[in-house]
Write a protein that binds this ligand. Sequence first.
Ligand code: CP
Ligand code: NVA
Length: 304
Amino acid sequence: MKDFIELKDFTADQLAGLMERAIADKQLYREGKLSPTLARKCLAMIFEKPSLRTRVSFESAMVHLGGHGLYLTQADIGLGTREAVQDVARVLGRLCDGIMARTFSHDMVRQLGEHSPAPVINALTDYSHPCQAMADLMTAQEHFGELEGRSLAFIGDGNNVARSLAVACAKFGMQFVLASPAQFRLEQAFEDSMASYAYRWTESPADAVADADIVYTDTWVSMGQEDEKQSRRQTFAGYQINAELMSAAPAHAVVMHCLPAYRGYEITDDVFEAHAETIMEEAENRLHFQRTLLNALIGEGGIA
Ligand code: CP
Ligand code: NVA
């Protein structure tokens, strides 16, 4: 597999293998023993949306491996406006050794993958955020020691992060529960695709967290939805992760957040701080997972 666009494109064994290597590579990094396997390689990093973690983790990962990350905003390249997506893909795929893209349209990343001779990585679209979900489950694997049979409750908006986590949980033998207002559950076609897995939707956050090992949330207002901020904040008001909701969860449950967090909205300051160690480990694991991913895609020519 040349690209990393959707988790469903990979087998459970492929994803588990990547995660195992990422955990081992994290240790090598800490010991200062990583090899410069991507020396003289360049990753084009396309951003149509803002980013802290994704940009910095990919750019740092390329430096750790002896290569370079080239930051390209939409204002620089005009993906699909100044130049057709397939032409950008073909040119960047010749000038660089890999392309990482954060776009609004999911189809745009698919088109990049279709036309670029170099590997393409989905760094978040309106539809999904697979690198995030892998770093999150890597964090859970390190915390609990195993993933199979664990349960993740996602509280809030049925969004890109929720979708990728649902697929990741299915791949790792975990249960996934989304608690959201009815109009913000994941679309029917997606729910149908999850029918043979331990996937569940509920309107009740307390119901969702009752058996949860991981209580997860993300912003109620994703990038591109800023015009809906006020109405979303009203609709999701009952979906906050706070001390009261956490009292309905098992005592051992950890809280995760992909960040950026909007304290006082989807999560209270006290719950965030009580679980900050786990949340920051998630953020750090973006670096470790993606560095392993870059090695597999660029250094080794694909995910075995
Ligand atoms: N979680 C995440 O993708 O963060 P950024 O938007 O800052 O990259
Ligand atoms: N759902 C959020 C995730 C941010 C990392 C967004 O798309 O803005």
